[in-house]
Design a protein around this ligand. Structure first.
Ligand SMILES: *Cc1c(COP(=O)(O)O)cnc(C)c1O
Length: 385
């Protein structure tokens, strides 16, 4: 074992079961281990490196900001966060943005916004947040509680109050009382790349609208071009009251964002919420650059590349089904264990992810069709053996 792996095991809290791979550098869709062996990346650091490793323009934008001003706190005005917020609002039609540092933190902001929206308007007691079975919303206490996976609700008692877990069934949702918001992922990512049924989403959306219940979309994984639209809600034809973003937004630096629509843009006033690092100038400069690259043409290519991967995989030996949209795809296997497939792929120079029992692909959005064909070819080989 190399020295770094040893130090990692000795000194870093053992919360991650790492693969046996030490990545030292990367460019575009390809990274290298400590021995110089190259890998095509089909995971982009769990959907984070949206422009791949060390994109030239992104590095330049980040470096320029880094040499100008790295941090001020939110006591003062800075330009990168204001300009990124403007770009996000004009891109999505949302009214205001709250910046933070992760997906969980963005969802925390959404939960607080929903509770306060309801408190301001209806007083106490209408505070429950509905989430869907198999969802994933984060690891902090509130977002872990929001995560409707029984297996994750262990050890850390007491969990937070005020969350209700529903089936993907409108009648189940309608039967819950004292609800201020429904929070959902259009495509459940960690749950196994499970897209919600369009009709179900429309039913929930209409129900929320007519009952003044906030509709919160957790687009931490699906957002920022991942599915071939800037927001996944565009595929579903709905406009959530709140959308949360994180993973791909910074292009590799930690950022989270809560986008608030008209209805709740003014719910959170001065002193109600905050984040010391939120809206960091360097991170926001990176985010602005990511947005500048996600043109309609670019997103069209993301959709095409997603279709290409589906064509390559559907009907292949050992593949039962392929789910997802754009470059967020889940591969259900006939027999093989997803983690075994990933391990063998890594041996052969390709890095996919897993999501529950599926192999999950979240390649950098800039990956070329040639790289995809090569990487998916190896993946097919491994699955079909
Ligand atoms: C990854 C993820 C989160 C949590 O994001 P962190 O940055 O790890 O806190 C929340 N929701 C969804 C849908 C995610 O995919």
């Amino acid at each position: 074992m190399d020295e770094i792996k040893q130090k990692d095991r000795q000194y870093i809290l053992g919360t991650y079961g790492r693969f046996d791979l030490h990545i030292v550098r990367g460019k575009g869709s390809v990274c290298e281990d400590e021995q110089g062996k190259k890998y095509i990346d089909l995971g982009s650091g769990i959907g984070v490196n949206s422009l791949g490793y060390c994109d030239d323009g992104w590095v330049k934008a980040v470096e320029e900001q880094l040499e100008t001003l790295q941090h001020t706190s939110n006591l003062y005005y800075t330009s990168p966060s204001a300009l990124l917020a403007e770009a996000l609002c004009s891109r999505t039609g949302y009214s205001k943005v709250f910046f933070c540092n992760s997906g969980a933190e963005a969802n925390e902001a959404a939960i607080k916004t929903a509770r306060k929206y309801s408190f301001d308007k209806y007083g106490q007691g209408r505070n429950k947040i509905i989430t869907l079975n198999k969802s994933f919303h984060g690891r902090t206490m509130a977002t872990l509680t929001a995560t409707a996976q029984e297996a994750m609700h262990n050890f850390f008692f007491p969990f937070n109050e005020g969350f209700e877990y529903c089936e993907k069934d409108i009648e189940d949702i309608k039967s819950r009382q004292g609800v201020c918001a429904v929070m959902l992922e259009f495509i459940q990512g960690e749950g196994g790349v499970i897209p919600l049924d369009k009709h179900f989403v429309e039913q929930v959306y209409d129900y929320c609208k007519s009952n003044d219940i906030l509709f919160i979309a957790d687009e931490v994984q699906t957002g920022v071009g991942r599915t071939g639209r800037f927001l996944c809600s565009e595929h579903y034809g709905v406009k959530p009251d709140v959308t949360t973003l994180a993973k791909g937004l910074g292009g590799g630096l930690p950022i989270g964002a809560m986008l608030a629509g008209e209805k709740c843009a003014d719910v959170m006033g001065a002193g109600t919420h905050g984040s010391t690092f939120g809206g960091n100038p360097v991170v926001c400069a990176g985010g602005r650059y990511v947005l500048s690259r996600l043109t309609d043409e670019f997103l069209g290519e993301v959709r095409e590349k997603g279709e290409l991967v589906k064509e390559l995989l559907i009907g292949a030996k050992g593949v039962k089904s392929v789910s997802g949209l754009g470059l967020m795809l889940g591969i259900e296997l006939e027999e093989k264990k997803a983690s075994d497939v990933v391990k063998e792929c890594i041996n052969r120079g390709v890095i996919p992810l897993t999501a529950k029992e599926k192999v999950r692909l979240l390649p950098p959005l800039i990956i070329t069709k040639e790289e995809l064909k090569k990487a998916v070819g190896i993946l097919k080989e491994v699955i079909g053996e």
